[in-house]
Design a protein around this ligand. Structure first.
Ligand code: ZN
Ligand code: ZN
Length: 409
């Protein structure tokens, strides 16, 4: 059999729990979704525990699992992926932290953790901090969306085992980073020096002087959290012998792509928000399949509705996801193996990720089509794939696509 191409569609936070207001259906069960159901009815189905049964997965650990890595072995924190997602070229051993621009008073007490949700001028502010030297440690700093930012420290002998400087509370002073192991002392010292320098530079910056003149809170400090070391992951093209591309609006997932050797594609209108252009993303995925063996298509929207506790909004998003798959369906080349799944459940009632498993559909020539007729949590439980772990998904796809190496002779 010739090697076939793979389209992995990840609906972020899609899984849910039954809701009284929906007549004890989940949003996925309540939504009208003829296209998602068509794939399920013509495919083979199962349930996936992203990490393990009952373990609520983060988007980062779950994506690592879906890409075939063991997250318990390779995951070191979210910071490195966020930093890669905003365009910093990381090297293994770099220490990365997530940050916010914040507003502090003269005693370094937080008066606004998001500097009034600043969204203009952050690139200029970040540029003023980028390239700072702290002894022999090099600083890379980039603005993310709105008040968000990422800090990377590069140098010898750094350790991610430090505490956050973000106090998470208004009125509290920015914390000193503390070493959680002796080897992390230099890193903690560098982070504290950065905090001090950054405040000095930002306080005086024209962007902030203009904000103060307009009575807006100045972005005069940076608070940091989630230190992690950039992992040395064997890239997907080497490990699985596929040329891979990924489509995602959110920085974290784009960073995940970069960290594992999946080429990040930019799609106009892909925002990572509720306003994202799903049809444009579907078209970009189809186009990418012409030159890549594996295309990952990620859509964030359902997760956002879960966190907001909005059942009707989540149903509406699912119906748009359905339209996206309906748009793909007629033009999908016959030699493409499709997987539809989620990275975790984000139940509306929980407003956060839960350990509930998520549905998986595999579609393509040669799959052992089962009796499942609908793409939802309880229908998938009746499927022939049974219950799998996130890490199994890539193996199944690579095998179905005729690309798996034999184990044994
Ligand atoms: Zn997620
Ligand atoms: Zn989430």
């Amino acid at each position: 059999m010739d090697a076939r191409r793979i389209l992995l569609v990840i609906f972020d936070g899609l899984g849910d729990r039954p809701l009284t207001e929906l007549g004890h259906k989940t949003p996925l069960e309540a939504a009208r979704k003829p296209n998602l159901d068509w794939f399920a009815a013509n495919g083979v189905n199962g349930l996936v525990d992203p990490i393990a049964p009952g373990v609520p997965a983060g988007s980062d650990t779950s994506h690592l699992a879906l890409f075939g890595y063991d997250p318990r072995e390779v995951y070191t924190g979210r910071g490195p992926f966020e930093a890669a997602g905003v365009g910093i070229d990381l090297e293994s051993g770099d220490i990365a932290l997530r940050g916010n621009f914040a507003t502090v008073d003269e005693k370094m007490r937080i008066t606004d953790r998001r500097a009034g949700r600043i969204h203009e001028g952050t690139v200029k502010l970040a540029d003023a901090l980028d390239g700072m030297k702290l002894g022999r440690i090099k600083v890379m700093f980039r603005a993310g969306t709105e008040h968000r930012a990422a800090l990377v420290l590069r140098g010898r002998g750094l350790s991610p085992k430090i505490t956050d400087t973000d106090p998470h509370e208004i009125g509290e002073e920015i914390r000193q980073a503390e070493a959680l192991e002796p080897a992390a002392k230099a890193t903690a010292k560098a982070v504290n020096a950065f905090t001090k320098q950054a405040h000095k530079i930002l306080n005086d910056h024209p962007v902030n002087r203009a904000r103060v003149a307009k009575r807006e809170p100045p972005a005069n400090a940076v608070v940091l959290r989630g230190a992690g070391v950039y992992p040395d992951l064997p890239p997907i093209p080497e490990r699985l012998h596929v040329k891979a591309a990924g489509i995602a609006g959110v920085a974290l997932i784009r960073g995940m792509f970069r960290a594992v050797g999946i080429e990040v594609l930019d799609v106009k209108g892909a925002t990572g928000g509720l306003d994202t252009d799903m049809i444009a993303k579907a078209d970009a995925a189809l186009a990418a399949l012409e030159s890549h063996d594996l295309v990952v298509l990620h859509v964030k929207a359902a997760d956002l509705c879960g966190h907001d506790g909005q059942a009707s909004e989540k149903i509406h998003v699912i119906e748009r996801l359905d339209a996206m798959m309906g748009h793909l369906k007629p033009t999908l080349p016959a030699d493409v193996v499709v997987a539809m799944t989620a990275d975790h459940s984000t139940p509306v009632a929980a407003k956060d990720h839960s350990g509930d498993p998520v549905p998986l559909t595999l579609f393509g020539e040669g799959v052992r089509v089962d009796a499942v007729l609908a793409f939802d949590e309880r229908s998938a439980a009746q499927g022939a794939l049974g219950r799998l772990r996130g890490q199994d998904v890539m193996n199944l796809l690579i095998d179905l696509a005729g690309r798996a190496a034999k184990f044994g002779a």
